[in-house]
Write a protein of this length. Structure first.
Length: 270
């Protein structure tokens, strides 16, 4: 990345770097810290959006592993965190391939430095909307067998797409690429109905310059013909597709912030 491109990257906050800061990482700039600190200081509790979203993604990975899925593509992966998808997967399947995909050069540079730990993990540059280009990338073709079930992760990334970019068609394109038995996880910012969450939505969209938060019906529609697995679409803090010790925040009232990001897991049946 040349100097001009680097300065441009540092002048505007990045979703990945803001998340990194909130989750305790160090791969961020002052502009990212300023935005994250705004949420933490002036909208206390709003940092739970990032924290609960990440935790739900990792629970989804564990659930997929429990169902026998042994290969994963993390679409719009963001920056490495204190626990990554391949680390969760490797506890169950030590040789399982994992491909991380992002289009942010900053994410790619750091991801390749930290995550390319062996030849069964790859970090590639690509636009998740271009299914053919990503699926035909040499590392994807080397690692992923599209004749066997695949776990696909869309963690928050679809909320950054405008309606005209057809996020539902993106999910459908990937669903068409994988065989029956594959599972697709989606988390998404949900439109709020109170002052605090409306303020957060406006602040984030102004800062990042793109995206749209959607209501439950719009988010559920992203799953298209996939079978939406139990318990359906729920706030990330409560979402967990099976009972167990990591069953999220069942049994207590959620804060407005925890209601702001939801998740669901779909399965391709045919």
């Amino acid at each position: 990345m040349n100097d001009d491109a680097m300065r441009a990257r540092q002048s505007r906050p990045s979703v990945a770097r803001v998340y990194d800061y909130i989750l305790g990482g160090r791969d961020n700039y002052g502009v990212d810290k300023s935005l994250a600190d705004y949420f933490i200081e002036f909208l206390p509790g709003s940092e739970q959006v990032a924290i609960t979203a990440r935790a739900a993604t990792l629970r989804a990975v564990r659930s997929m592993c429990a169902k026998g899925i042994r290969q994963f593509i993390d679409l719009g992966c963001g920056l490495p965190t204190s626990e990554n998808v391949h680390e969760v997967v490797r506890r169950e399947y030590p040789e399982a391939p994992v491909v991380y995909v992002d289009n942010d050069p900053f994410v790619l540079a750091h991801g390749r430095a930290l995550l390319s730990i062996d030849d069964r993990v790859a970090v590639i540059g690509g636009d998740v909307r271009d299914v053919g280009e990503v699926a035909n990338h040499e590392d994807v073709r080397r690692l992923i067998n599209f004749d066997e079930p695949v776990g696909l992760l869309f963690g928050i990334v679809l909320a950054l797409f405008e309606d005209e970019e057809e996020p539902g068609a993106v999910v459908r394109g990937w669903a068409d690429r994988v065989p029956a038995g594959s599972q697709i996880y989606i988390s998404h910012f949900r439109s709020g109905h109170n002052r605090e969450t409306t303020s957060t939505e406006r602040k984030m969209l102004d800062a990042f310059g793109r995206g749209r938060w959607r209501d439950d019906a719009e988010i559920q529609a992203l799953f298209g013909d996939l079978e939406l697995l139990e318990p359906g679409l729920l706030p990330c803090a409560q979402w967990w597709p099976q009972s167990g010790s990591e069953a999220g925040s069942q049994g207590r009232d959620l804060s407005n912030w925890e209601e702001l990001v939801v998740a669901g897991l779909g399965r391709k049946t045919a």
